[in-house]
Design a protein around this ligand. Sequence first.
Ligand SMILES: [Zn+2]
Length: 287
Amino acid sequence: MATKLNFNHSLEFEYGRPDLLAPQIARIIANNPSPITFKGTGTYIIGEKEIMIIDAGPKDKSHLEALLNFAKDKIITHILVTHSHADHYPLSYELQKYCNAKIFGHKPDFRDALDDIGEDMHGFIADIEINDGDIIENNEIKLKAIYTPGHSASHFCFELAEQNALFCGDHIMGWSSTVILPPDGNMTLYMENLQKIADLNYDILYPTHGAPISQPNNYIKALIAHRQERDEQILKCIKEGIVGLDEMLLAIYPDLNPALHPAARKNIQAHLMRLIDLGLTENIWFD
Ligand SMILES: [Zn+2]
């Protein structure tokens, strides 16, 4: 019996409107909807007077104006980037022109890796390189960087311990499973870091795309089981002689939106690499 994943496709929002989701946590969604970004990039603004901004988003003038308008009587002290995908970081530099905040994040390890699905990983450079466990704080807010490679080799989540909450970027999304695109994406690490987040027992996750996820541990368990089922499907394909990526794609995702085929193809590659890591299939590589 296949694991039932309860994806949440509802999201209360208007583009450009700040929504207060919890004390000290506001979100503004950028108008960049797509089959991968859902309704768009959710930028989180943490704090009341001294604020930190997580994932400023794509280079979009109206999103910049919305962020600046929200911040007009506040001080932006930090600009944080969960990872170097193009829907997360480019507006950081525009925002920085209006404040003295430094940009915190981790440089991409595979700058050219995602060109084939149209993502631009060339540009991200952090002012301050972060590491697992780093504390990032101002007079109001204290966040902890949690290293979570998998979706991207440079992916970090940010923990707000005071609310037992995690800003989880694209590591976990409420509306869909996360795409893992090798070589920057790594399914073996992804699975380990799903478990890492489950072990940290957060009360709530705030993903960049989609609604917050309350009491997330059962959901994370289901995500892990879902990936294990995908492993099984791929092993079954191999056993049945379906070894080409395109054939596997049709066998595994018969009803998928064609716009998502390149990402799904990469996802199968990611699973194959994990199966090789686990010693469950031979060390073969499909182009
Ligand atoms: Zn991403």
